[in-house]
Design a protein around this ligand. Structure first.
Ligand code: NIG
Ligand code: FE
Length: 412
């Protein structure tokens, strides 16, 4: 099946030769073609160029994109889309003065979601989670990472990972699964932290590896959660089982988690709301992608990742949603891109690079996703008629998406 899109006002993120990520000053460069055509063959990008060079082809489907912009679908490298229930009561509690930390300390937060998840059946969790996945696909997301971490029991964690696997089988979107058993210490292990880490290492990891349920291992490395030493122990065990680390660090405190991630060759270090000059320095010239989650900063009213300082230091940066019931009940990458521009002072070019090619890198998908490159997946956003791509962050509350293409097909 050949689809031809003609008269595209501007085709964004065009990379003749694929790059794996963009860093520092390169992030300000977003290669585009004005008045472009794009040819899709089945699920892949087959060709593109200026309209004046449009080859003679017989297309099965022709779409005229006059006045509209086409860009690669968003690559959301950090989500917790699979969960049960919600935490709207905690949201109201925070409005009334309690902090996220205070709520967690009285048994709410992640432990609250774990209670709900363990009480729900695998089918119920699947039914609830698939609605969120469908929602983000319609918001233009074409590849997504999903974590476990609300089970905190061997059974609960495996249940979540099986739901992620089922979603990956049933939807035309690339899904990467991450094992986050080390999200919080369950109540029964409050006084026996080593016991829970032992359960992760000796019970959960072997089952996950045996059933190929995850590609990545995550740890919430934070004061009151997992120490740097515990994080290292869990990452090392995950690596033994073939999982690559991608970790939650520096959300509230800078305690050395970034350095630990780099030491264990983490694919990404995520959150980074609190960054010391040493943290920024440590990331320089590494293969570890820093990932910012501005919707989490927005929802919790915590600092935003210091993007300007990081980009000035030559680092790459990816943007993701963190979609989860506690700190970010939103999976809208358009809002993430807008918030990165508005609150983190990223330029539209930097934010789009961060939400496409760098997001793909943070999921190990930059060979197939994140740019308009021949042979990559035909995962695209076609906008409504807009004056320029600046509208994407500028009109932050508007839905500017007319169509989403996933694997070459228009999403109904
Ligand atoms: O990325 N920080 C740790 N984990 C999640 C939130 C977990 C929750 O509150 O449910 C996050 O923000
Ligand atoms: Fe998270």
């Amino acid at each position: 099946m050949i689809t031809l899109i003609t008269n595209i006002k501007e085709l964004l993120q065009v990379r003749e030769t694929s790059v794996s990520k963009v860093s520092g000053a390169e992030m300000a460069v977003l290669p585009t073609i004005r008045n472009a055509f794009l040819i899709l063959e089945d699920d892949l990008i087959a060709d593109f160029g200026e309209m004046k060079n449009l080859p003679e082809i017989k297309a099965d489907q022709v779409m005229d994109a006059t006045g509209k912009i086409v860009l690669p679908a968003w690559c959301d490298s950090h989500t917790h889309i699979v969960y049960a229930g919600n935490r709207e009561q905690e949201f109201v509690d925070r409005i009334n003065g309690l902090s996220y930390e205070e709520i967690a300390n009285r048994g709410g937060g992640i432990l609250n979601s774990a209670l709900t998840l363990n009480a729900a059946s695998e089918e119920e969790i699947y039914e609830q989670s698939k609605l969120r996945l469908e929602e983000v696909m319609h918001l233009g997301t074409g590849a997504v990472e999903i974590k476990s971490g609300y089970g905190l029991t061997t059974e609960g964690e495996l249940k979540m990972l099986r739901v992620i696997k089922k979603l990956a089988e049933n939807y035309p979107i690339a899904i990467k699964a991450t094992f986050l058993g080390a999200h919080a210490f369950p109540v029964q292990y409050k006084e026996n932290k080593a016991g829970y880490i032992d359960e992760i290492i000796t019970r959960m990891l072997p089952e996950i590896a045996k059933n190929k349920l995850a590609a990545y291992i995550d740890v919430f490395c934070e004061t009151g959660y997992f120490s740097v030493e515990e994080t290292e122990k869990i990452m090392a065990a995950g690596i033994q089982y073939g999982l690559i680390p991608k970790i939650h660090v520096n959300q509230f405190n800078s305690i050395g988690g970034i350095q630990a991630g780099i030491k264990f060759k983490a694919l990404s270090v995520d959150h980074l709301e609190v960054m010391s000059p040493d943290d920024i320095k440590a990331l320089k010239d590494t293969e570890t992608m820093p990932v910012a989650l501005p919707s989490c900063s927005y929802f919790l009213s915590i600092p935003y990742t210091p993007a300007r300082e990081m980009i000035k230091a030559g680092l790459p940066l990816a943007l993701a949603t963190d979609f989860n019931p506690g700190s970010t009940p939103s999976g809208n990458m358009n809002f993430v891109v807008a918030t990165a521009c508005i609150k983190m002072k990223m330029t539209p070019e930097e934010a789009i690079n961060a939400a496409t090619i760098n997001g793909a890198y943070a999921m190990g998908l930059s060979e197939t996703h994140g740019s308009i490159t021949k042979g990559k997946k035909a995962n695209l956003i076609l906008t409504k008629p807009i004056s320029s791509y600046y509208q994407i962050p500028y009109a932050f509350g508007s839905n500017l998406i007319e169509r989403v293409f996933l694997e070459g097909k228009i999403l109904a």
